[in-house]
Design a binder for this molecule. Structure first.
Ligand code: AMP
Length: 273
């Protein structure tokens, strides 16, 4: 993989990389399309990274459908697919990792304390192997993009990071590989996540500036809709992810909940325009 991209770079080609864990949906494909449009050659990666899953999370049952994924990527014009085995990425004795930046401690970090260390490590390894000019990530994982941007800056990784908008199903549910876990009834409950974000955004746009009240109302709406449990609901500064109370635009609204055993996240920016 490294040699392929080295050859491309020597020939003056601009290379884009789209890291994923597979089980691809239109969200992933939007990243791939952006790369195909904006660069000369696109490398997608599929690797279900064990180090970003905590014990008891869904590593073993995470959906895997490599042949189908390969077809989907080829269909949008991706040129190379890199899907290494786990023992190639983490050979026996491998023991160095990235200490994720401070911004990883909030929100997701409170509930999944080892997650972003695993993400930062695998993303750096993939960027080192592939060596792209640009790498594409989704705003769906808002904090992840912030962590990766900071890592790339702090560790002088020579790559441009591009964040792409959240792709949703027509009913508003943010696309996720984990949505396949949801029963029809759970899916209805899960719609309250995007519904809660939409309503909160409207209330902020119409002048509500009380961050505490907003979070309280959002939590209540989610509970009333039947979510199983809430990890966090936040109205935060889009750069620092610190609580925004009183609300000063722009802010980002972030939600992480369980519907049954499925953990779902979503977010939305509210900006002055
Ligand atoms: P994953 O396979 O879940 O690790 O996701 C791979 C990349 O796709 C990450 O950069 C995600 O943020 C992005 N992604 C996942 N779901 C969506 C979505 N609904 N819209 C846009 N990007 C997404």
């Amino acid at each position: 993989m490294t040699r392929v991209v080295e050859g491309l770079r020597i020939r003056g080609k601009k290379v884009g990389c789209v890291p994923t864990m597979g089980a691809l949906h239109a969200g992933h494909l939007s990243l791939a399309r952006a790369s195909v449009e904006q660069t000369d050659v696109t490398v997608a990666t599929i690797f279900v990274n064990p180090t970003q899953f905590a014990p008891g999370e869904d590593l073993d049952k995470y959906p895997r459908q490599l042949a189908e994924d390969a077809d989907l990527l080829a269909g949008v014009g991706v040129n190379y697919l890199f899907c290494p085995q786990t023992d190639v990425m983490y050979p026996p004795g491998s023991s160095t990792s990235v200490l994720a930046p401070k911004i990883s401690k909030r929100l997701e970090g409170e509930f999944r304390p080892t997650h972003f260390g695993g993400v930062a490590t695998i993303v750096l390894k993939l960027l080192n192997i592939v060596g792209p000019h640009v790498a594409y990530f989704g705003q769906k994982d808002y904090q992840q993009v912030a962590v990766i941007r900071k890592m790339v800056t702090d560790l002088n990784v020579p790559v441009e990071i591009v964040a792409c908008p959240i792709i949703r199903d027509p009913d508003g549910l943010a696309m996720s590989s984990r949505n396949v876990y949801l029963s029809a009834e759970q899916r209805q409950i899960a719609l309250s996540i995007s519904g809660t974000l939409r309503e909160a955004k409207e209330r902020i746009e119409s002048g509500n500036r009380d961050g505490y009240e907003m979070v309280t109302e959002m939590r209540q709406r989610l509970i009333d809709s039947g979510v199983t449990s809430i990890d966090y609901v936040a109205v935060a500064n889009p750069d620092t992810l610190e609580t925004a109370d009183p609300i000063e635009l722009p802010v980002v609204l972030l939600i992480a909940v369980y519907v049954g055993k499925t953990r779902l996240i979503d977010n939305c920016i509210v900006d002055p325009s």
